[in-house]
Design a protein around this ligand. Structure first.
Ligand code: ADP
Length: 274
């Protein structure tokens, strides 16, 4: 079994600000740094950090730093002439963030880039890449975890293929109610709730998984850590409730370091908190 991640790879420019500027206003930053990001890259890094076997399907530019994903199988990464995607990440003093993404090479990911996925495994997808590429991958019949981020109305066929949909509260507001998503064919909807943990919605009812109290410094990438850990745990044979507990711990630990990947936990760190 293994995890395949399809999604964006970005370079991150992280800018620390006292507060996130309102439209039309200016804020002076207190610092900045560059890092590696993109939901696909982050989620693949999360699986690999946990010791899982992980292959990434993505498009990157000539500026891609393969060392940034050294434990991930990059045989599904296509090299494009467009630059690697860029994310400008504003992080305020409370750890809250606001992100603008320039897609670059990610926008050119196409169904033709998706290799045949045979056997069994978990496919984890996010939506910073074109929907038709995600749909082509989702048809492989693997357990399909979809992180609908950024949120767009989901094509009915894509929703019908979903085993676990993982939106945060903002994304859920765009997608519709958990009941409507279950009616559309998703087998489960796991809504992440920041520090409060997550809520699992299934036809049989809801289950709340509490969050963990940690020393949060930057919530960037918490959702990616959560999704990567969820896919890793499902691939390892855990049921959804236990996978969501492990994912909550991974999301919490990810907030304890600055940047999308610095706080990604190992399996040992995860079980210590779990
Ligand atoms: P996103 O990063 O996509 O906005 P959330 O903010 O809901 O998603 O975070 C994803 C998961 O990370 C949460 O379900 C929770 O498990 C964990 N998490 C996020 N923020 C915190 C926090 N401040 N303290 C503890 N855990 C957190």
């Amino acid at each position: 079994m293994s995890v395949v991640v399809i999604g964006a790879v970005n370079a991150d420019l992280v800018v620390r600000v006292p507060s996130i500027a309102a439209p039309g206003s200016t804020v002076i930053a207190t610092g900045s740094s560059t890092g590696h990001g993109g939901k696909g890259g982050n989620q693949a890094a999360a699986v690999a950090r946990l010791g899982g076997s992980c292959r990434l399907i993505a498009r990157v530019g000539p500026d891609f730093d393969a060392a940034s994903l050294s434990c991930v199988d990059l045989s599904g990464v296509v090299h494009d002439t467009a630059p690697t995607g860029l994310a400008v990440v504003l992080v305020d003093d409370t750890g809250e963030n606001a992100i603008t993404v320039v897609p670059g090479a990610n926008a050119n990911l196409s169904p033709a880039d998706v290799p045949a996925l045979t056997g069994e495994g978990v496919l984890l997808a996010s939506l910073e890449v074109p929907l038709d590429a995600v749909l082509a991958a989702a048809r492989c019949g693997w357990t399909f975890v979809l992180n609908p981020a950024p949120a767009v109305p989901l094509p009915p066929e894509l929703l019908s293929l979903v085993d676990v949909l993982v939106p945060n509260e903002h994304e859920l507001a765009v997608l519709g109610s958990p009941a409507s998503l279950l009616a559309g064919g998703a087998k489960a909807v796991v809504v992440t709730l920041g520090a409060a943990g997550c809520r699992i919605h299934r036809a049989s009812g809801t289950v709340d998984i509490p969050g963990h109290r940690v020393a949060t410094v930057d919530t960037t990438g918490a959702g990616d850590a959560f999704c990567g850990a969820l896919a890793w745990a499902l691939d390892a044979g855990h049921d959804l409730d236990e996978a969501a507990r492990l994912a909550c711990a991974a999301g919490a630990l990810a907030t304890t370091a600055v940047g999308a990947r610095a706080g990604l936990p190992s399996a040992a760190e995860l079980s210590a908190l779990r």
